[in-house]
Design a protein around this ligand. Structure first.
Ligand code: GLA
Length: 414
């Protein structure tokens, strides 16, 4: 068992050490799965089925509606695109739904200043039963994706044994690297070894108002709320950043942003965005950008939020405080001595008046801070560690602060 663990860690280190400059900050973009699932019925539902038309229309929206310019650049195909393998064993897209092939789509996406992500599965089949990437196909598939000019690969792990995954994921990392094309590797391996993040809910209210599919998705995605990230903080420094990326790759599998779909209230949507950002999780939307509301766009395109998510220090935040009153506080250290604070309420009754001070949240020293409320834009000035303050947090909602020492005010506000 110990030997197995050591071997596994060895492989993990090997995967992680391929530091080629990609994914220095959490990736941002769009992926099909949460919103469009495996809808392959193009006869009845041509606008929404998994097809080149869907991806081209999303690419247009990303380029024209400000998404790309805010940093949302990856456009990711998920499951159900594969049509089979050709005579030489190369993957082929479904010819009816992707009549011009993936290189055509990649060119189109690149011409708009975006990047294309694709999906494969380390195993006999993808999770929806399409042809998988068995160990003997890993190198060939990596080469195919590179020839197609793909920029990210999500490698799922359905229909494989732990031994196949332990060989296959490092093999794919090496094979992608050997192609010479920078391809970000969204590695689902940890999710299959460690089990799913513990289930939690976005609050009773959310569970009651959500239904079916989206209740399930929201519950899975909300695993974050019970999941304690601090183990990352005790990793030795050289590895911390790499583990942070690894963790985020795991998160990417489960933790798509559900904002703009059918299950989340306004408060829950704001909470999801704030928590994903404080935990340095990827911002991968999965919603219909052709019909998204202005309110949801505001959440996803909040400039200060995105600046915090993409902070160059790349440190993942953690929960620093938890109250019996169902209030939690998360903190992420940022560059320029700034930090992000998220006050999150799991309550479902009414807005809660939470009293605290920076001192109670372990900020020390004689520094005077100022905070900017990330959603309202309000400035709270003159905060010393002993200053009492009150934040009013809506049920299933958050208050989020960008906190900076006043002496760095000019730098922080750039
Ligand atoms: C798994 C993954 C999802 C999605 C589906 C596709 O369930 O967790 O993100 O990729 O497979 O079938």
């Amino acid at each position: 068992m110990l030997l197995k663990t050591v071997l596994l860690l060895g492989h993990v280190a090997q995967v992680l050490m391929l530091d080629n400059g990609l994914l220095q900050t959490p990736p941002m973009g769009w992926l099909a799965w949460e919103r469009f699932r495996c809808n392959i019925n193009c006869d009845e539902d041509p606008k929404n089925c998994i097809s080149e038309r869907l991806f081209m229309e999303m690419a247009d929206r990303m380029a024209q509606d400000g998404w790309r310019d805010m940093g949302y650049t990856y456009l990711n195909i998920d499951d159900c695109w594969i049509g089979g393998r050709d005579a030489s064993g190369c993957l082929m897209p479904d010819p009816k739904r992707f009549p011009h092939g993936i290189p055509f789509l990649a060119d189109y996406v690149h011409s708009l200043g975006l990047k294309l992500g694709i999906y494969a599965d380390m195993g006999n089949f993808t999770c929806m039963g399409y042809p998988g990437t068995t160990l003997d196909k890993v190198v060939q598939d990596a080469q195919t994706f590179a020839e197609w000019k793909v920029d990210m690969l999500k490698l799922d792990g359905c229909f494989s044994t732990p031994e196949e995954r332990a060989q296959g994921y490092p093999k794919m990392a090496a094979a992608l690297n050997a192609t010479g094309r920078p391809i970000a590797f969204s590695c689902s391996w940890p999710a299959y070894e460690g089990g799913l993040p513990p289930r939690a809910r976005l609050g009773e209210e959310g569970s009651r108002s959500s239904s079916g599919l989206f209740l399930t998705s929201a519950s899975q995605s909300a695993g974050i709320y019970k999941h304690e990230p601090p183990h990352l903080a005790i990793c030795p420094p050289p590895y911390r950043r790499l583990l942070f990326l690894m963790e985020n790759k795991k998160l990417m599998l489960r933790w798509k942003l559900l904002i703009g779909n059918f299950g989340l209230s306004l408060e829950q949507s704001r909470a999801q965005m704030a928590l994903w950002t404080v935990l340095a999780a990827p911002l991968l939307m999965s919603t219909d950008l052709r019909t998204i509301s202005a309110q949801n766009m505001d959440i996803l395109q909040n400039p200060l939020m995105i600046k915090i998510n993409q902070d160059p220090l790349g440190i993942q935040g953690r929960r620093i405080h938890k109250e019996k009153s169902l209030i939690e506080v998360y903190m992420r250290p940022l560059s320029n001595k700034a930090s992000a604070l998220v006050f999150f309420s799991r309550r479902t009754d009414m807005p809660y008046r939470y009293h605290s001070s920076l001192g109670q949240l372990n900020f020390t020293g004689s520094v005077i801070y100022e905070a900017q409320d990330v959603y309202s834009g309000d400035i709270i000035s003159g905060l010393r560690d002993e200053t009492n303050f009150t934040v009013i947090i809506n049920p299933s909602g958050v208050v989020m602060w960008y906190l900076y020492p006043i002496k760095n005010l000019e730098m922080s506000q750039q």
